[in-house]
Design a protein around this ligand. Structure first.
Ligand code: GDD
Length: 358
């Protein structure tokens, strides 16, 4: 039985990784949370297993990492915690670097000093490719970030390489293209779309007034997969003989506009686009009513226009491939958001014991 520290367990990927490991291994999992006066355990509230323990750990505090690494002596550290919202990184560039880059250095230093056999996973991002030079992008594509977020992940990647090569650590950095699912935060475009389409579907069905929602650049292209598929691949990487860099992607690209269209189709809404030469005029119409408009507010200072991954090599090395298609992913997210509206309970508050709370 091994000991695994997973950071970011209240987020999408961390909570999916906890589920995957509880279902597929015998290991003990230490999920890290930051001390907050209000907890947000929505994504893990249904996990009831003695092998899953929550601990306080602030990834921006080196001493907090050292204390936990020394006391647990983990076999694996899977670092999913991040300031993961690209759009926010222009407002909080320093916090983005502290959270996404310095924390990686703290973990690597702690592993080097106190448990050098611990295997470390660093979550990279296709935002590292940024202003892309070619399609599809594989591991050889250069770092050309377009945001403080992308730059923070490039720096983390370089640090992981340096520590792997200098100290012979089993430290891997995997570049993940976009990955979504039912536990996705609503600030990301996919869940923003599916939660709004679900709400609008209800409003229409109930004969209520429809309140439109707003999006930014719907012509951006992304390579979207299911987070639940990716966590399986991450675990395989961590158990390979040698550490290295990887790419995970669906090997397809779709516009945000296509995501909106598939969401409407999944909800059974018949839609029409209103478009002029000015993309800010674009509107989405259902039953003669506008349900979505474009707002400049959601455009970014610098956009990554096209992400389209090539994970052929990773698939061969790991003998892995994703199970969920783009269409099935959108359908699953829309259906889940419709179901959540049906079952909404404002008093539903499930709290955890935190092991190392003073
Ligand atoms: N969030 C958001 N909100 N994005 C919008 C909106 C909107 O209203 N309208 C259009 N978009 C466009 C963004 O400009 C971007 O081109 C695209 O939708 C996807 O945006 P996000 O869902 O916020 O994700 P992201 O691609 O910026 O970043 C995600 O994927 C990265 C991997 O490529 C995040 O999960 C990152 O943490 C991850 O590293």
């Amino acid at each position: 039985m091994k000991k695994i520290i997973i950071t970011g367990v209240t987020g999408q990927d961390g909570s999916n990784m906890v589920r995957y490991l509880l279902n597929n291994t015998e290991h003990i999992i230490y999920g890290t949370v930051r001390r907050l006066s209000v907890t947000n355990h929505e994504n893990i509230k249904d996990i009831k297993d003695e092998r899953f323990k929550l601990i306080n750990l602030d990834i921006t505090d080196q001493q907090s990492i050292i204390n936990n690494v020394k006391s647990i002596m983990p076999d694996y550290i899977i670092n999913f915690a991040a300031q993961s919202f690209v759009g926010e990184s222009w407002n909080t560039p320093i916090q983005t670097f502290t959270t996404n880059t310095l924390s990686v250095m703290y973990f690597l230093e702690s592993i080097k000093e106190y448990c050098p056999t611990c295997r470390f996973y660093s979550a990279g991002s296709s935002e590292e490719f940024g202003d892309v030079e070619y399609v599809p992008q594989d591991i050889k594509h250069p770092c050309r970030p377009r945001s403080p977020y992308g730059a923070s992940k490039c720096s983390a990647r370089h640090l992981v390489k340096v520590y792997r090569e200098s100290y012979n650590l089993f430290a891997i950095h995997c570049i993940l293209f976009n990955h979504e699912g039912i536990r996705r935060g609503k600030e990301f475009v996919t869940r923003k779309i599916t939660s709004n389409i679900a709400r609008i579907k209800k409003e229409i069905d109930n004969g209520e007034k429809v309140t439109p929602f707003e999006l930014g650049n719907i012509y951006a292209k992304r390579d979207w997969s299911d987070s639940e598929d990716f966590v399986e691949a991450v675990w395989l990487m961590l158990n390979m003989k040698e550490p290295r860099e990887y790419v995970l992607s669906s090997n397809e690209t779709h516009t945000v506009k296509e995501f909106v269209e598939l969401s409407c189709q999944s909800a059974g809404l018949k839609y029409q686009w209103f478009e002029t030469i000015n993309e800010l005029d674009t509107k989405l119409i259902v039953n003669g009513e506008v349900i979505m408009k474009i707002s400049k507010k959601f455009y970014r200072p610098a956009e990554v226009d096209l992400l389209y991954g090539d994970s052929t090599e990773t698939r061969q090395i790991l003998n892995w491939k994703p199970k969920v298609s783009f269409k099935d992913l959108v359908y699953k997210m829309v259906m889940n958001d419709i179901k959540l509206l049906d079952n909404y309970n404002p008093n539903d508050n499930n709290l955890y014991n935190i092991e190392n709370t003073l």
